[in-house]
Design a protein around this ligand. Structure first.
Ligand SMILES: C[S@@+](CC[C@H](N)C(=O)[O-])C[C@H]1O[C@@H](n2cnc3c(N)ncnc32)[C@H](O)[C@@H]1O
Length: 355
């Protein structure tokens, strides 16, 4: 007889340490393992979860099993023995760690272990080889097959999981890496760089971030986001009472206006609105709604700051109001909300008008 507990779907979700409870709350699944500041949660009981509809989940995986008491030597044999029989073949192997200090110390081991395990899986015919990737398009069967994830919460335990390439993050540890420009006025430059990588694929970036396009940056100082846009060839109006710094100050493609970002409106519609003002989420969401209802921008990336305890509820309220207002006006749109790697007590929203 099957134990009904075993038939429940188990999920492994990675998140920013400290946001485990938010993950549980937004999925509404049954918490199984949710240690605070661990950077991951194990949940059960929801047969379907959609990665794009989750904000605090960096990665969404189906959990198949775990290995406890991993020996210090020969970790290969117990891990191979614990692999699920199905799926028969994996498109990729990800060895992952939590975003904690312990995780950082383990990442040296995962880097050394990766080629050994890959080799063993290929020998068993369980890992797709790169020659299956189409040389001109770069895509192939490996894009379609589930990926195998082995997650090491610590050095003697491994959780064995798989991801659906169409319902998960493609980056290792669910963290999209981006690089800093040496001349960027602030580290916030990385946040907008990450947002573009997470929300837009390469084709969309080429289409919608073209040189000569226009953008408004509300709450722009000292200029990291503005600098990210300028690096991509856009012309930017940077609105902030504070000064722009470094290379952003006096740049020919940047017009700096010392105005209130809540009152400022452009003379003509722009391609992009970005907003990083530190304000109540309701107020920022209402401002974004106004810009979209007024047809003042095609796309927006904005931050909602969530310093309060009830983050999930505050976010839901702000976005529900925005959705209702756009729906009532018959505006078609795409909306995604995600806590990026560079987001602390905040989340980033991508909103785009659809034709
Ligand atoms: C987090 S910082 C922005 C950092 C910026 N995104 C960057 O990449 O460098 C927030 C900025 O919002 C500005 N700000 C807050 N309220 C504002 C308002 N009502 N109008 C214009 N700027 C505002 C502040 O002056 C501050 O410079």
């Amino acid at each position: 007889m099957t134990n009904p507990m075993n038939t429940l779907h188990s999920w492994l979700i990675y998140c920013r340490p400290g946001f485990e409870r938010d993950c549980v709350e937004e999925t509404q699944a049954k918490p199984v393992e949710t240690a605070e500041n661990s950077g991951f949660v194990v949940l059960q009981g929801k047969p379907k979860l959609a990665y794009k509809q989750l904000t605090f989940a960096r990665q969404l995986l189906t959990l198949h099993g775990e290995v406890n008491d991993l020996p210090e030597r020969d970790r290969l044999s117990p891990l191979l023995a614990a692999l699920p029989a199905a799926p028969e073949k994996f498109g990729a192997l990800y060895l992952e760690v939590p975003d904690t200090n312990e995780g950082k110390t383990l990442s040296g081991f995962t880097k050394r272990f990766q080629p050994l395990l890959e080799e063993a899986l290929r020998t068993q015919g369980r890992l797709e080889v790169e020659s299956d990737i189409h040389p001109s398009t770069g895509s192939g069967r490996t894009d379609m097959l589930p990926r195998l994830h082995i997650f090491f919460p610590d050095d003697h335990r491994a959780l064995i999981a798989t991801s659906d390439p169409h319902n998960s993050a493609s980056a290792l540890n669910g963290i999209q890496r981006v690089s800093m420009a040496s001349d960027a006025p602030s580290r916030s430059y990385l946040k907008l760089a990450e947002a573009f990588e997470v929300f837009l694929d390469k084709k969309e970036q080429a289409l919608w971030l073209k040189p000569g396009m226009t953008a408004i940056d509300l709450g722009a100082a000292p200029g990291g986001w503005t600098w990210q846009l300028v690096q991509r060839g856009l012309k930017v109006i940077a609105v902030d009472n504070g000064p722009l710094k470094g290379a952003a100050a006096g740049h020919p493609n940047i017009k700096h206006l010392r105005e209130d970002g809540f009152r400022f409106r452009p003379q003509r519609p722009v391609d992009w609105l970005v907003c990083d003002m530190v304000e109540q989420p309701q107020r920022v969401a209402a401002l974004m709604t106004e810009w979209f209802v007024g047809g003042m921008t095609q796309r927006a990336i904005f931050n909602l700051k969530l310093p309060m305890k009830k983050r999930v509820a505050a976010l839901k309220e702000a976005l529900d109001n925005l959705r209702t207002a756009l729906n009532n006006k018959g505006i078609r749109y795409q909306l995604e909300a995600r806590q990026l790697y560079h987001d602390r007590e905040e989340v980033t929203i991508y909103l785009a008008r659809k034709r």
